[in-house]
Design a protein around this ligand. Structure first.
Ligand code: GLA
Length: 386
């Protein structure tokens, strides 16, 4: 996907003029899954795939003329009207409203956009859209006064208020702050983060897409978050003198103390979250030491937890994980929210070809389709292209 492609459609579908062009990426996450809304750490990086949007002020008070190039769908709507029916247009409508709340006097504009982040693969195509549109609105109407962090929060608020997913901040953060060649360790409570150079010599990072997308993924995601909140409420009731905002404030003893006060299911969810918090820190140490074998072991442990305790895996993802193990892949796990999407695999270069061939063959034998393969290239965050 390139800028000329988007530009040609923008010219064709609107009044022949060109506008400004913005890009934002999708993301991978090395480890730290479902920890962001629990105040924990995550380890994402931006990828070299994303969304490109061309935008131009159209002189109307609040009419958005929008064209989704990938869906070949054109829609005009007004910000003073109800949110549009088309789900893709809600991202535009929502981010306009959220940027407005941050003081950006959004008026009418034309927009055409396209993307190459595979949808439903757990690489955050939606965060890429939100960040890209936020970046464009900030530039067109806001004198670029909205800070990158506030754009992250505007994207997250769009999910909460207009899409219905109570997500954390990892995806939008990675899309805004990503840097080519670096992954980032973010503390989601303090919002401090560090760039880590990521160049595991002798290894490759590859995604295998199960091509499964569960219908109820967003409500199941919201349920997981609710379970964590239930445990936090139980902790606050048990220890009135202490402050519990998220599971970040709880240690293993605290969790054990409320085991009988919460449902078995909620306990299991929280047990995963505390384990994952430990794993992200161990993973950072391993990365600093260049110990990729240990990093990989932690990835497998995360998969196990996501599958058995957090229950966000599915048969196909577990199968891909087993194939990785059988092929001697260093680390493999579900990436992103779960309920379908990709596994992320850290594999020694000399095992790569054999692993991919075997995964394609066995997956096709069992499920009748070949998993898509994406080699991960860590790319840049949101930016203006023209
Ligand atoms: C989705 C959400 C993120 C995060 C991950 C799981 O990608 O958007 O905020 O919670 O799931 O780690």
């Amino acid at each position: 996907m390139d800028i000329e492609f988007v530009r040609s459609r923008f010219i064709k579908h609107f009044d022949g003029k060109t506008g400004s062009v913005y890009a934002s990426p999708g993301r991978i996450n090395l480890i730290g899954e479902h920890t962001d809304y629990n105040g924990g750490y995550v380890f994402p990086g931006a990828v070299d795939k994303g969304i490109i949007a061309e935008m131009r002020i159209n002189g109307t008070p609040d009419t958005i003329r929008a064209y989704s190039i990938d869906l070949k769908d054109r829609l005009d709507f007004r910000l003073s009207d109800q949110k549009p029916q088309a789900s893709w247009a809600r991202y535009i409508y929502g981010i306009c409203k959220e940027m407005w709340k941050l003081g950006v006097p959004v008026k009418g504009f034309n927009i055409a956009f396209a993307g190459d982040v595979p949808q439903g693969a757990g690489m955050s195509s939606s965060a890429a859209m939100e960040s890209c549109f936020a970046f464009g609105l900030n530039d067109l109407f806001g004198d670029n006064k909205v800070t990158p962090w506030n754009m992250v929060l505007a994207g997250q608020a769009t999910e909460h208020n207009y899409v219905g997913v109570n997500c954390g901040i990892m995806d939008q953060f990675a899309s805004v702050f990503g840097k080519s060649g670096y992954v980032m360790r973010l503390d989601c409570r303090s919002r401090e983060f560090e760039y880590f150079p990521f160049d595991p010599k002798g290894y490759k990072l590859v995604l295998l897409d199960s091509a499964v997308k569960h219908e109820l993924a967003s409500s199941a995601y919201n349920d997981r978050r609710k379970s964590c909140e239930n445990v936090v409420a139980a902790l606050a009731a048990k220890f009135p003198g202490r402050k519990f905002e998220t599971l970040r404030d709880a240690n293993w003893d605290d969790l054990a103390a409320v085991k009988e006060d919460v449902s078995e299911e909620d306990y299991k969810r929280a047990h995963f979250v505390l384990g994952e918090a430990d794993r992200v820190l161990a993973f950072s140490d391993a990365l600093t030491k260049g110990d990729y074998e240990e990093a990989g072991r932690l990835m497998y442990a995360t998969h196990e937890g996501l599958s058995k305790e957090y229950e966000v895996s599915c048969e196909e993802l577990d199968f891909l994980n087993e194939i990785a193990k059988a092929n001697g892949v260093t680390g493999s796990r579900i990436m992103g929210g779960g309920f379908g999407g990709c596994t992320i695999n850290l594999v020694k270069e000399d095992l790569y070809a054999q692993f991919i061939d075997d995964a394609k063959k066995k997956y096709a034998e069992k499920y009748g389709r070949v998993p898509k393969v994406y080699d991960v290239v860590i790319g840049d965050g949101s930016r203006k292209l023209a």
